[in-house]
Ligand binder design. Structure first.
Ligand code: FUC
Length: 802
């Protein structure tokens, strides 16, 4: 099987491009014929903590720097509204009396502060002293080795720059070379939008600064540095240069290189962040010492060694998965032109693969810091006030970031999220008590930040319940714990860390459920993330009782917690309570339009084509609705998707592709995948007929718009979902294969039960499959109407010709 990947006979055409060998129609290289002008054209690098956004300019190159631990604020006081829960009975009463207007007003009393904001660290600039016009410009990001490169010629000299951000050596490396001796002449400078100071000591360029402290954070806040000493997260950046020839000089704020032929720039960043519950000023780590230590260690190593370490580390993750979709006739074009051509409906299978692989690249590059998962922009943010604070939006976006973690074989990257859930459970205990009056378990709401805040947001009553009042993030996130367990079979993790968190989330839900007039269990008050209903009298609101999405999340949370307690053979009494409650939950309803009802009653939607579809949670990411087990509910879900249509924001397209895949409609999933890959102009670009809407920017970033990384991750996850679906008992092969992917091969896709799949297919028929087992176990392989049971020992592999 491996040989099928090695051969790749059908379409590899090698080109030599200014000394770089690249393959035509590459499935792993993004390349351009011009530097980036806009953020959405830049190429991003990262080691899961430090991020770099490279523009590749000719006379002046700009690199935005980020550290994933640099946020505004400080540890949250979770006990911000000790008596908020006292409002709950009145809201319930209003709802019981069907007084929705009053319930909506009262719901605002159950709100706390808004989240803090992810902060930009700084900008590194490389300015050439001699300016001129370049020819033969070429810029690339090779995601098979996580390295970016720029080459161009000027006055007969060829210039090359290479960039990468290393995880093993914790530094960014930039190597500049010129083909002619002594042709490198440039200045290096650093600046930050944050309060900071630039200095130079012993030819090391330094910037030290502070992230802001807000009195009251919100989406639109300019930085405010409360003039109290010892507050806020400190940051530093150290830059040192190694040269083979030429001279280095410095001013107060720049380093200058003269007459050099090869220069390596070492960039080291750090912050004082020391955990969600530690004051980053008074209890912070010594960021300068950490940055200096990383810099000094790396500085001793030659460029080639650093590059070798970086690639070996990165490929440990990246090389686990490969995908091949057969013959392609697409011409080799720069990525921006390629995306435009594809948006016009042309075939480009390797672009479809590139987008899938790019999702994995982005997760490896942005999610390797425990307790600090990838945020709305992964870790690449140049803005002081990024869209939605670039925070953790937990009514979809944070979870969507991790949909590809387990099935595309990046389980280690999931750990950043799972450890963050543990932090949430600490503040979430206070939230459960003070906002909801529940004394057992923990709850989390719509937004969070590096301080693991869990309170419902809304600036203490100022904002709309449709998004601010929603306490189900704990239930949703707890399912990630089960996913991690069921994909890895890591029972130790489940026992020590995972199960107590799942139990806490389930305890909150159990306490939060109340009975309706008919004795069914429901939530009250409830909202359905960001959607609003429209009543017969014209009232538009969000607060109701018994919303379908809440109950779907509770179903999944209880089901998975029950399963986990059985695996660990623990908590039989608690399990029984969950089983009883599950049986009493208000059942799904099918509306008059044949849709899966979102509201307790069959009300109209205020916006029938709204981007959120949380009531379909049981179909995906949950799995209690399936075409086989619950055909009526699956059909009603399909109807809901039909009513909503396919035109929506980036992350929402990512979700819908997964939903169509779960409905085993490969062609519809593929149609929407193509639409997710529709070219979108950079936000700031002024053109006569701008291409906007949900889709993909020239650098393959997902366009909500604006840029949000969730669509990249959701889209990549969906490709895996089209090829393999699984539960604890069976693995479905090619369940949603579109006609366009008639031939193909894939390796490294993971399945529940701790299995890994490698297979190839031809004429949409499965040919050969190799299943390997991580911990040993039994599963049933399903392809079409054929089934095959297999039992494997730990580490065993079985090859089956279908
Ligand atoms: C939710 C979504 C928006 C956006 C924001 C970050 O509020 O409804 O579309 O994704 O999160």
């Amino acid at each position: 099987m491996n040989s099928s990947f090695m051969k790749k006979t059908f379409f590899i055409l090698l080109l030599t491009f200014y000394g770089t060998t690249i393959s035509a129609q590459s499935s792993h290289v993004l390349w351009y014929k011009q530097p980036a002008e806009f953020f959405e054209e830049s190429l991003v690098l990262g080691n899961g903590k430090m991020g770099a956004t490279v523009f590749g300019g000719i006379n002046s190159d700009k690199i935005y720097l980020n550290d994933i631990t640099l946020w505004s604020g400080e540890p949250v006081n979770a006990n911000m509204s000790p008596e908020a829960y006292k409002n709950i009975p009145a809201i319930r009463e209003a709802l019981k009396n069907e007084n929705y207007k009053l319930a909506e007003e009262l719901n605002k009393k159950v709100q706390g502060k808004n989240s803090e904001s992810y902060a930009p660290l700084g900008t590194l600039e490389i300015n050439n002293t001699e300016k001129g016009k370049a020819t033969n410009y070429y810029r690339e990001l090779d995601i098979s080795n996580a390295t970016s490169k720029v080459t161009y010629e000027m006055d007969g000299v060829k210039y090359t720059r290479e960039y990468f951000v290393s995880a093993p050596d914790q530094v960014m490396i930039i190597k500049l070379t010129s083909s002619q001796k002594g042709a490198l002449n440039f200045d290096i400078s650093l600046k930050s939008l944050l309060k900071s100071e630039v200095t130079v000591r012993n030819n090391v360029l330094i910037i030290n600064g502070n992230a802001p402290i807000h009195e009251n954070a919100g989406y639109k806040v300019l930085p405010k540095y409360l003039e109290v000493q010892e507050r806020g997260t400190r940051f530093t950046t150290l830059i040192q240069v190694k040269k083979t020839d030429g001279q280095i000089t410095s001013s107060n704020s720049t380093l200058t290189l003269k007459n050099a032929s090869e220069v390596v720039i070492y960039v080291s960043v750090a912050t004082s962040f020391n955990g969600f519950d530690k004051n980053p000023a008074t209890e912070g780590v010594n960021e300068v010492a950490i940055a200096a230590q990383n810099l000094n260690k790396a500085f001793e190593k030659p460029f080639d060694k650093l590059k070798e370490n970086h690639i070996a580390d990165y490929q440990k993750f990246y090389n686990r998965v490969d995908l091949d979709l057969g013959k392609t006739t697409a011409p080799d074009l720069p990525t921006d032109e390629r995306l435009l051509r594809y948006s016009d409906g042309k075939e480009d299978k390797n672009l479809e693969i590139l987008y899938f692989k790019y999702g994995r690249y982005l997760l490896i590059s942005s999610s390797r810091t425990l307790g600090v998962p990838a945020n709305l922009q992964g870790l690449w943010n140049p803005y002081l006030n990024p869209p939605w604070s670039s925070n953790y939006t937990m009514n979809i976006n944070l979870e969507e970031n991790y949909w590809l973690a387990e099935n595309t074989n990046l389980s280690e990257m999931h750990e950043s999220l799972l450890s963050f859930v543990k932090n949430l459970s600490v503040t979430g205990k206070v939230t459960a008590k003070t906002f909801y009056g529940i004394n057992e378990g923990w709850a989390a709401a719509h937004n969070s930040d590096i301080w693991a805040m869990t309170n419902p947001v809304g600036q203490f009553g100022k904002e709309e319940p449709m998004w601010a009042c929603w306490p189900m993030a704990g239930a949703w996130l707890s399912t990630h714990i089960w996913e991690h367990y069921t994909f890895t079979k890591d029972q130790e993790y489940l026992k020590k860390e995972g199960y107590p968190l799942m139990k806490g989330a389930a305890q909150f839900c159990l306490g939060w459920l109340v009975t309706d007039k008919n004795g069914n269990l429901i939530t009250s008050p409830s909202t359905s993330p960001e959607n609003q209903y429209k009543l017969a009298d014209g009232f538009v609101g969000a607060t109701l009782y018994g919303g379908t999405a809440d109950l779907a999340m509770i179903r999944e949370c209880f089901d998975k917690t029950i399963k986990a307690s059985k695996v660990l053979n623990t908590d039989a009494d608690f399990r029984e309570k969950l089983e009883k409650a599950l049986a009493k939950l208000y059942p799904y309803q099918i509306g008059k339009k044949g849709n899966l009802q979102e509201w307790y009653f069959d009300w109209e939607d205020d916006e029938p084509k709204h981007r959120h579809q949380s009531h379909l949670f049981g179909l995906f990411p949950g799995n209690h609705i399936t075409p086989e087990k619950t055909p009526d509910l699956a059909e009603a879900s399909r109807k809901t998707l039909e009513i909503k249509g396919d035109e929506t924001t980036g992350w929402s397209k990512g979700w819908r592709i997964n939903l169509w895949a779960r409905l085993w409609d490969g062609n519809r999933a593929y149609k929407m995948y193509r639409e997710l890959l529709r070219y979108v102009d950079p936000d700031g670009k002024k053109t006569e007929k701008p291409r906007r809407g949900g889709g993909t920017y020239p650098n393959l970033f997902d366009a909500h718009p604006p840029f949000q990384i969730d669509g990249n991750f959701g889209g990549a996850a969906a490709v895996a979902e089209m090829l393999v679906q699984s539960d604890e008992n069976e693995i479905r092969l090619l369940p949603a294969l579109p006609d366009a992917w008639e031939e193909g091969a894939v390796k490294g896709i993971c399945a529940r039960g701790g299995f890994e799949i490698e297979m190839n297919w031809s004429n949409k028929e499965l040919q050969k499959v190799v299943v390997s087992s991580k911990k040993g176990g039994k599963t049933t392989l399903v392809f079409g109407d054929k089934k095959r049971e297999i039992v494997l020992k730990k580490g065993e592999k079985q090859e089956i010709s279908w």
